[in-house]
Design a protein around this ligand. Structure first.
Ligand SMILES: CC(C)=CCC/C(C)=C/COP(=O)(O)OP(=O)(O)O
Length: 590
C-alpha cells in the first residue's frame, strides 16, 4: 500500500518495502513534500550534462511485439526435431564427426537440448585421446581436428594439456611449422583454441600469434565466404562472444555450406524463433514495469536505456527457463546505470556524501536533504532490492540475502564516490590506484551477487560459500568489465571532461599517447582472461550454469564496447543487434 511506503520511508525500521502491484511511482509521492520541507535551493547549483540522446525505442512498439512461434504447434515441431538430432548424435561414430556435431550444435544455440549427448560424446573422445597419446605419443593428426578437440574438451572442463599442439611445432625454433599455414580451417580452429589459454601456457601464446598473423596475411586470397569467417574470428574469437548473439550469423554460414544437415538447420531456426517469442514476452513485461515506475521523467539527466539493459541480461542467460533472472538483472543494470549517472553527472560532492551514506546505512533518513530526483533514485534502489530479496527468499529459500546485497551496493556507491572526489579535485590517480577502486565501480560485484541468487541452478552445498571462495573470479570478471568499458567510453569521457579512466591514468603516468595506453589495457584484458579461464574451467559441473553466465557477462561487455559506447549510444551496432535478436524472426517455410 502507498501508505506503508510513506511511513516506511519516513520512519524506517529496516523492514522490507515492496511497492504494491499497480501502484505507480511511489517514491515521487514521498519525496515532493519532503523536498519542500528541506528548503533546498536547487536553482543555485550548476548541474553537468552528459548529453545522452533520448531513448529511441518506443514503449508502445515494445509492448506490441508478438510472435506466432509462441504457439504449441511450433514447440511440438521443435520437440520432434530434437529427437531427430538425437538420432544424428547416435550415428556420429568417429571422433571427428562427433566433434563437428557438438561444435555445430553449440554454434547454432542448441546445446541446451543435448547436454547428455554432448557429455557422452566428449567422455568417449577424452578417453580415446588419452589412449592414443599413451600408445603413440607425438603422433599428430590434422591440426583442425586436434584444435577442435582441445577447444571442446577444455570448454567442458576436461583436463587437456597444451602439449596436444607440440607435434605441430618445430623443435629447434619452438614455433609452429610453416607447412601448417595453408590449412585455413586448421588455423581458424587453432586461433579459437588459443583463446582458452591459462596463465603460463606458452605454446598457446605462440599458437595465437602464429594463427593471427597467418590468417591476417591469408585474408586477401580467400574466397568471400571463408574471408568473412576469418575476419569474424580475428575481430573477436568465439570465446569472447556471447554464443546466443552469434546464432543468426552461424545459421547464415551453415546455410551456405552444402554439407550442413537440413534437420539441424531447421531446428536451429525454429529454436531461435521460439526463444525469441519468450524474450519478447520478457521485454513487454519489463517495458510496462519501467513505464509505470516513472523514473524516466524524474531523472531526466540519466540514461533511459531499458532495451539495452535487457539485451545485456539476455546475453548473460538466454535460456527460456531464466526469465526471472532476466527480469531482475535488467532491473539491477538499470539501477547501476542510473546511479552511475547520479555520481558522474548530477550530484554535488555534498549530495553524493549523503547519498553514499544512505546506501551504506541502508537508511532513507539519510536522503532527507537531497533533491527529489536523488531521493527517488535511492528509493528505487531500496524498494527494488527489497522486492528482489522477498521474491528470491519466497521462491528459492535463499536466506539471508539482504545483508550481502546491501554490502555490494554500498561497495559500488562508495567506489563511485571516490571517483567523484577525484573528478571534483582534479586528481588523476596512478593506474594501480585507479584500478584498486574501479574494479568495484565496474558493478561486477553487484551483478554477480544478484545473478547468483536468481539464476536457475540447483542449490547444492557448493553454492553456499561460492562467492566467498571465488573472490578471484569476481575480481577478474570485474576487471574485464572495467577495462572493456574504459576502452569503449574513454574518448567520450575525455571530451566531456569526466573522471579519469584507466587509459587516461596510464597516459599521464607513463607520458604516452592514447594508442600506446590502449594497447597496454588490451594486454591487461588478455592476461585477465587467462586467469578467468583458469578459475572457470576448473569448477564443479553443478556450478557450470553459473560459471557460463559469469563468463557471458565478460562476453557481453566485449561486444557492447568493441566499437565505442554501445550502451550509452543507441543507434549503432547495439540497435541492429537488438532488432535482430528480439524483433526479427528467421524466415521459415511453414
Ligand atoms: C555488464 C555491463 C553492461 C556493465 C556496465 C556497467 C556500467 C559500469 C555502466 C556505466 O557505464 P559508464 O560507461 O558510464 O561507466 P563508468 O562511468 O563507470 O565509466
Amino acid at each position: 500500500m502507498p501508505g506503508d511506503l510513506v511511513s516506511a520511508a519516513k520512519n524506517p525500521v529496516g523492514g522490507h518495502v515492496v511497492p504494491a502491484a499497480g501502484f505507480h511511482n511511489p517514491w515521487l509521492a514521498i519525496t515532493r513534500s519532503e523536498l519542500c520541507a528541506s528548503g533546498f535551493a536547487l536553482h543555485d547549483i550548476h548541474r553537468r550534462s552528459a548529453n545522452y540522446k533520448p531513448n529511441i525505442w518506443k514503449y508502445d512498439f515494445l509492448e506490441s511485439l508478438d510472435s506466432i512461434y509462441d504457439g504449441p504447434e511450433y514447440k511440438r515441431r521443435a520437440e520432434k526435431l530434437i529427437e531427430d538430432v538425437r538420432i544424428i548424435f547416435g550415428e556420429a561414430v568417429d571422433s571427428e564427426a562427433k566433434l563437428e556435431l557438438i561444435d555445430s550444435v553449440q554454434k547454432l544455440g542448441l546445446a541446451i537440448h543435448f547436454d547428455m549427448e554432448i557429455k557422452a560424446a566428449l567422455d568417449t573422445i577424452a578417453i580415446a585421446s588419452i589412449n592414443k597419446n599413451n600408445q603413440s605419443p607425438g603422433e599428430v593428426g590434422p591440426l583442425y581436428v586436434t584444435a577442435l578437440c582441445f577447444k571442446l574438451l577444455r570448454q567442458h572442463g576436461y583436463g587437456v594439456s597444451q602439449d596436444m599442439f607440440s607435434g605441430f611445432m618445430d623443435e629447434k625454433t619452438g614455433t609452429f611449422r610453416k607447412s601448417t599455414h595453408e590449412d585455413i580451417k586448421g588455423m581458424l580452429e587453432l586461433l579459437e583454441a588459443s583463446h582458452l589459454a591459462l596463465e603460463g601456457e606458452d605454446i598457446l601464446d605462440e599458437a595465437r600469434e602464429f594463427s593471427t598473423t597467418t590468417l591476417e596475411e591469408a585474408i586477401p586470397n580467400l574466397d568471400g565466404h571463408r574471408a568473412k569467417q576469418v575476419a569474424h574470428a580475428l575481430e573477436l574469437p568465439s570465446h569472447r562472444r556471447v554464443q546466443w548473439f552469434d546464432v543468426k550469423w552461424h545459421i547464415n554460414v551453415k546455410e551456405k555450406d552444402r554439407h550442413t544437415n537440413a534437420i539441424l538447420l531447421e531446428l536451429a531456426k525454429l529454436n531461435f524463433n521460439v526463444i525469441q517469442a519468450t524474450l519478447q514476452k520478457d521485454l513487454k513485461e519489463l517495458s510496462r514495469w519501467w513505464r509505470n515506475l516513472g523514473l524516466r521523467e524524474s531523472l531526466s539527466f540519466a540514461r533511459d536505456r531499458l532495451v539495452e539493459t535487457f539485451i545485456c541480461s539476455v546475453g548473460f542467460a538466454f535460456e527460456p527457463e531464466n526469465r526471472c533472472f532476466r527480469k531482475w538483472l535488467t532491473k539491477v543494470l538499470i539501477l547501476v546505470a542510473i546511479i552511475d549517472d547520479v555520481y558522474d553527472v548530477y550530484g554535488t560532492l555534498e549530495e553524493l556524501t549523503h547519498f553514499t551514506n544512505a546506501v551504506t546505512r541502508w537508511d532513507v533518513r539519510e536522503t532527507q536533504q537531497l533533491p527529489e530526483c536523488m531521493k527517488t533514485c535511492f528509493l528505487a534502489l531500496y524498494n527494488t532490492v527489497n522486492e528482489f530479496v522477498n521474491e528470491v527468499q519466497r521462491e528459492k529459500g535463499w536466506d539471508p540475502l539482504l545483508p550481502h546485497l546491501k554490502k555490494v551496493w554500498a561497495g559500488f556507491c562508495n567506489a563511485l564516490f571516490v571517483e567523484a572526489k577525484w573528478y571534483n579535485t582534479g586528481y588523476t590517480p596512478s593506474l594501480e590506484e585507479y584500478l584498486s577502486n574501479a574494479w568495484i565501480s565496474s558493478s561486477g560485484s553487484v551483478l554477480l551477487a544478484h545473478a547468483f541468487f536468481c539464476l536457475e541452478h540447483k542449490v547444492t552445498e557448493e553454492h553456499e560459500n561460492f562467492m566467498e571462495k571465488n573472490k578471484e573470479l569476481l575480481y577478474n570478471l570485474s576487471m574485464i568489465i572495467r577495462l572493456c568499458n574504459d576502452l569503449g567510453t574513454s574518448s567520450a569521457e575525455v571530451e566531456r571532461g569526466d573522471a579519469p579512466s584507466s587509459i587516461l591514468c596510464y597516459m599521464r603516468e607513463e607520458n604516452v599517447l592514447e594508442e600506446i595506453a590502449r594497447k597496454h589495457i588490451e594486454g591487461m584484458i588478455n592476461r585477465t582472461w587467462k586467469r578467468l579461464n583458469g578459475q572457470c574451467f576448473t569448477q564443479l559441473p553443478t556450478l557450470q550454469p553459473f560459471i557460463n553466465m559469469a563468463m557471458n557477462i565478460a562476453r557481453v561487455v566485449h561486444g557492447l564496447y568493441r566499437h565505442g559506447d554501445g550502451f550509452g549510444v543507441q543507434d549503432g551496432e547495439t540497435r541492429n543487434n537488438i532488432q535482430s535478436l528480439v524483433v526479427e524472426p528467421l524466415i521459415m517455410h511453414y
